[in-house]
Design a protein. Structure first.
Length: 96
């Protein structure tokens, strides 16, 4: 937040994706704005649940992004191909 590190540097240092750092920064800023606006204690039960779900959704999107990047890294670094379905077998049955 202080600008001492770029998002890329912070991501490398924390061992996460740049997208994660950007999401965390955005969530931090939004939380501060909500706190300053006095929205902290007046949420209804439904609004609180929606906020929890939005936070969980952001976390899951970040996780999916990180896993996608790992999968891309893996697929570039190996000559092993994923298993293919053999002609005439049931869907979901894989062979090497």
């Amino acid at each position: 937040m202080s600008g001492e590190l770029t998002a890329a540097e912070a991501a490398r240092e924390a061992g996460v994706s740049e997208q994660s750092v950007s999401n965390w920064r955005r969530q931090f800023i939004e939380g501060g704005r909500n706190g300053l606006a006095g929205e902290g204690g007046r949420h209804t039960e439904e609004a609180s649940r929606m906020a929890e779900l939005a936070k969980e959704n952001a976390m899951l999107k970040t996780t999916i992004g990180e896993l996608y990047m790992e999968l891309r890294k893996y697929s570039r670094s190996t000559a092993v191909r994923p298993p293919q379905r053999r002609e005439g077998t049931r869907p979901g049955r894989l062979v090497n």
